[in-house]
Design a protein around this ligand. Structure first.
Ligand code: HEC
Ligand code: HEC
Length: 299
């Protein structure tokens, strides 16, 4: 009897030690400091900039998809013991983070995906927003500073034991943009906002088309998407080369392909792309027509 008790006790001890190790190492990985170099441009206060910022937060940057329409935050996934992922409340209301964040804190979160203390933020699509020019990021922060306070207290994002195991195995790297970016790289000034392919490329980057449809826009599985999520469509001329500009407008505004079938708007953010201006939609179409044709998922 005593021997069995000792064996069972030993096994329990080993399990507890193993879990503790996973916990300690994953906490270390989550808190690892990512270095960056960048400073916030001055934040304007005029109404034109704030309007531009609102457009960037909705139609282009799609911040509202993860931080809520009122930017008061929302739970994105509640799947413990894997993870609970929460887009924080970005307002000055109860539970909001805005009151004690500096302009540099905002800039670091948006363009680099790095939070207070230097840790990599989960799910923030910073590789996309890294491209955002100074004027645009300043307008965006001006808008964020202007939104009415929302009282909504939410728990922070957190990883459970299953998530922490996956984290240590490197399976969740795609959820942390900041870990795989050159934070010291120089950013070229964005092109003038007109209906050129050049401006289209800028919008395709900061608008997350390249985040979901891939760096070459050839589609395939979405890096940080849910495992059972639909793959993103191929947007290169290989797939949509025969589309007219009108076809593209219909797809982005009504969520319908030229053959009449619906695009899955739970995955493809039609709700936001329908708010893109005519000029922006034309520019993105021109850019997509100019990229090299690739087979679906091709690099
Ligand atoms: C795909 C979802 C997603 C999108 C899109 C997104 N965010 Fe986030 N954001 C998050 C999550 C999740 C966190 C919290 C991450 C964490 O705590 O590790 C976060 C954190 C932040 C923070 C840091 C808060 C802090 O504690 O300092 C800021 C600021 C922020 N987001 C602003 C934005 C802005 C502005 C946009 C649009 C340009 C945007 N986010 C788009 C998911 C998203
Ligand atoms: C959050 C991820 C996400 C973002 C951001 C996104 N897309 Fe999509 N998109 C998808 C997915 C997933 C599909 C496939 C939907 C389906 O299978 O019905 C899709 C489908 C499409 C289609 C239909 C193509 C076809 O032949 O079926 C077009 C066009 C499109 N996206 C354009 C864009 C453009 C342009 C942008 C940037 C302004 C963009 N998408 C941003 C996920 C995204």
């Amino acid at each position: 009897m005593k021997l069995i008790a000792q064996i069972v006790g030993g096994i329990v001890l080993v399990i507890v030690m193993a879990l503790l190790t996973v916990f300690v190492f994953s906490t270390q990985a989550l808190n690892r400091v990512v270095e960056y170099s960048d400073t916030s441009p001055p934040i304007p206060k005029d109404s034109a900039s704030i309007a531009r910022g609102r457009h960037l937060a909705r139609a282009i940057g799609k911040c509202v998809d993860c931080h809520g329409d009122d930017l008061g935050g929302m739970v994105l996934a509640d799947q413990m013991p894997f993870a609970r992922l929460v887009g924080p409340n970005l307002t000055t209301g109860r539970g909001g983070i805005a009151a004690d964040r500096t302009d540099d804190d905002y800039l670091r979160a948006i363009r680099h995906g790095i939070g207070v203390g230097g840790r990599a933020l989960v799910l923030m699509p910073a590789k996309a927003y890294w491209h955002m020019g100074d004027d645009d990021v300043a307008a965006l922060v001006a808008y964020l500073r202007s939104v009415p306070p929302v009282d909504r207290e939410l728990p922070p994002s957190e990883f459970g034991l299953v998530g922490r195991f996956a984290l240590l195995r490197g399976e969740l790297d795609a959820m942390f943009d900041a870990k795989d970016m050159d934070h010291m790289a120089r950013r070229s000034a964005p092109p003038a906002p007109d209906s050129t392919a050049d401006y289209g490329r800028y919008l395709a980057n900061i608008g997350g088309c390249t985040h979901c449809h891939g760096p070459t826009l050839s589609g395939g599985p979405i890096p940080s998407g849910p495992p059972d999520g639909r793959p993103a469509a191929n947007l290169t001329p290989e797939a949509i080369g025969a589309w007219t500009e009108a076809d593209f407008f219909k797809a982005l505004r009504e969520g319908v392909r030229p053959n009449g079938t619906p695009i899955d708007s739970t995955q493809m953010p039609i709700r936001m792309t329908r708010e893109m201006t005519d000029l922006e939609t034309k520019a993105v179409f021109k850019y997509l027509q100019s990229v090299p044709a690739k087979a679906t998922g091709g690099r």
